[in-house]
Ligand binder design. Structure first.
Ligand SMILES: *Cc1c(COP(=O)(O)O)cnc(C)c1O
Length: 421
């Protein structure tokens, strides 16, 4: 265990020992009015821009300019198979086999596509188990899927909640509910990390408990991809979806990711909403009337993808590949631990950190419950150069991102926190 100190010299020493420190200069750090770097603790919401994205975008613009339609085959990275350039890197990022991943659409679209295939309710087994305070888009998506199958969302959604007086959900309570209600549950859909509390769920145990009851199990990894070390294949998850603009730094609204476990790769009889880009590549351009899916996650693609957005994701994934997710997580642990110890020391009882202290139950985000005037407190932080966000009714979220945040960022945060308290 590293012993943390709230001092400038400690932060400097940690930075000098940081094996990932060189990555910071690969990103644009937003500047404050006085020219200093802002203290950016919002990478869980929108990751910073990697400088290399511009080069990747310019390449595609140039190929379009010079080659036009021929770019599908003759661009530096031909557009026709473009998504394949991302496959191996994506697989490494989420602990999957290449056949299990694809980048396509946006997160909520992918969630719907996955539910079309994996939420197959029957008269007796129709419930969806979700975490309490799931992200609203996930709630709307699930509610509408339930209604689409003519069930009542009020009856069909089973929420697992924290115990009275607690902020995070105990894994044994999730397992308990799955065991009790399992025969009625068609789908378990949880976040990898809850966007509000910052709690990381035990995906392996939840998947095991779900499968023991015959439920399909999927995860929304919006806050987990690029943050936690994931082992989706090994954990035996049925499907997962994530966006690329939070920890993955691929730009606002950029193209999302999707995982479908290999055991579903060749089952073409599973219902799905199909499009031509999911059709067998060898015969796609025969343009026949019968859909033959590509084996694996690619078979869920609908359209030819937005190359400019793919280029941004590709540039960003190169950085993750180079840094290595294990290293990123190791630094994230230290940064977040440092931030946590600073907040405890300076804020005392005026702030409750609702995110678990256990490193296996969190990533880089700390959710701070502010006792007293939270909005004013958040405003003070913002005015002093901290980028962080406010979530009603009383929570400020702070998330140091290991690729570009430094220990000095966290130390500078401590000085501002001391003022704001
Ligand atoms: C950020 C986030 C989303 C956003 O969905 P989009 O379709 O990308 O707009 C959805 N779910 C969760 C859990 C999120 O954190």
């Amino acid at each position: 265990m590293t012993k943390f100190e709230v001092s400038r010299s400690f932060a400097e020493e940690m930075d000098s020992k940081d094996p990932l420190k060189k990555f910071r200069e690969r990103f644009y750090i937003p500047k404050l009015k006085n020219g200093d770097d802002g203290i950016y603790l919002c990478g869980n919401s929108l990751g910073l821009q990697p400088k290399s994205i511009r080069t990747h975008l310019e390449q595609e613009l140039k190929d379009w300019e010079n080659l036009a339609v021929e770019g599908h085959f003759h661009a530096k990275r031909p557009w026709m198979p473009y998504h394949e350039f991302l496959t191996e890197k994506t697989a490494r990022l989420v602990g999957a086999k290449p056949i299990e991943v694809v980048n396509m659409n946006s997160l909520t679209v992918n969630l719907h596509l996955m539910m079309v295939s994996f939420y197959r309710p029957t008269a007796t087994r129709y419930k969806v188990l979700m975490e309490h305070t799931a992200f609203p888009s996930d709630q709307y998506a699930v509610q509408s899927q339930i209604a689409f199958h003519h069930f009542d969302a009020k009856d069909a959604i089973l929420e697992v909640v924290p115990r009275t007086g607690e902020d995070v959900i105990r894994t044994e309570d999730i397992e308990g509910l799955i065991e009790k209600e399992g025969k009625n549950i068609a789908l378990i859909l949880m976040g990898g990390i809850n966007y509000y509390s910052g709690q990381a769920y035990d995906m392996e145990r939840i998947t095991k408990a779900g499968h023991a009851q015959g439920c399909a199990v999927g995860f929304d990894l919006a806050h987990a991809a690029g943050n936690l070390v994931l082992k989706l294949h090994e954990w035996d998850v049925d499907f997962a979806v994530w966006c690329s603009y939070k920890y993955l730094n691929s730009g606002p609204g950029s193209i999302a990711g999707c995982f479908v476990h290999e055991r579903h790769a060749r089952k073409s009889d599973r219902p799905r909403f199909a499009g031509w880009w999911g059709h067998d590549k060898k015969t796609r351009f025969i343009m026949g009337p019968d859909f033959i899916p590509i084996e694996g996650a690619e078979g869920w693609q609908l359209s030819n993808p937005p190359i400019l957005s793919m280029a941004a994701v590709n540039a960003s994934l190169e950085i993750f590949d180079e840094a290595g997710m294990e290293n990123i997580r190791a630094k994230g642990d230290l940064l977040t631990g440092y931030l946590e110890s600073i907040i405890r020391e300076i804020a005392g009882t005026s702030i409750t950190i609702i995110t678990p202290t256990d490193r296996n139950q969190r990533g880089n985000q700390l959710s701070l419950r502010i006792h007293g005037n939270g909005k004013k407190f958040h405003q003070k932080l913002t005015d002093s150069g901290v980028f962080c966000d406010w979530r009603e009714p009383d929570v400020v979220r702070v998330a140091p991102a290991p690729l570009y945040n430094s220990f000095m960022d966290v130390y500078r945060f401590s000085e501002i926190l001391r003022e704001a308290i």
